[in-house]
Design a binder for this molecule. Structure first.
Ligand code: 5GP
Length: 189
């Protein structure tokens, strides 16, 4: 998606070897025009699939999934990272290993909001090692729902997640794949 690539080149900041910061339009300040284009592009990429629901993880996935959902006309459910009294005690849980924090954490969705047989599209901001998507997939599988595909805004193609998930047979659509990056230079696939 060229518009997205231009935006990444203009605004993206490379931190260390492998972190791409896109806070000015995706992860902190939200550029609604580009989010709308991202939403339309996801709709185009999954045009021929029946989607009943979009799921994502808090926090960064929510805005992207919500705007995309307007083009699919389906609800969004976001997995929560913290347990709280107001989350139904009946939840499906998924485990996520965070390489950046070097620890496991759990994400959860109430059993009320994901049902057996539903066709699910997962949407997230970044794909790095694939652990966040695997945690969401675990929830979809536990609910006996059907994972139709995964929509990713930015895939870091030099990390293992894309390969791991595609080899597992998951249908992944990434709108921009970064093959390599260093300060001042971002190369797309
Ligand atoms: P994974 O589970 O695929 O290793 O990492 C995916 C999650 O980590 C994404 O949901 C995203 O929040 C975060 N993440 C991983 N790499 C980056 C990055 O380079 N930049 C930003 N902003 N977030 C990242």
């Amino acid at each position: 998606m060229n518009l997205l690539k231009e935006k990444i080149i203009e605004h993206g900041r490379v931190i260390g070897n492998d972190i791409l910061k896109v806070d000015s339009f995706l992860n902190h300040q939200l550029d609604i025009d580009i989010l709308n284009e991202i939403g339309k592009e996801f709709k185009k990429r999954f045009e021929n699939s029946k989607i009943d629901k979009i799921i994502t993880a808090e926090v960064s996935g929510i805005a992207i999934a919500t705007i995309a959902a307007q083009y699919f006309n389906v609800p969004v459910v976001f997995a929560k990272k913290t347990e709280s009294k107001n989350l139904d005690s009946e939840t499906y849980e998924g485990e996520v290993f965070s390489y950046t924090k070097d620890k496991m954490y759990k994400i959860r969705i109430s059993k009320r909001y994901i049902n057996s047989g539903e066709n699910i599209l997962i949407i997230d901001d970044f794909l790095a090692n694939g652990q966040a998507i695997l945690g969401l997939k675990e929830i979809v599988d536990k609910a006996n729902a059907n994972l139709v595909g995964v929509g990713i805004v930015i895939e870091k193609g030099f990390q293992d997640g894309g390969k791991l998930l595609r080899e597992a047979g998951i249908n992944i659509e990434s709108l921009a794949i970064v093959d390599s990056m260093s300060e001042g230079q971002i190369i797309f696939r």
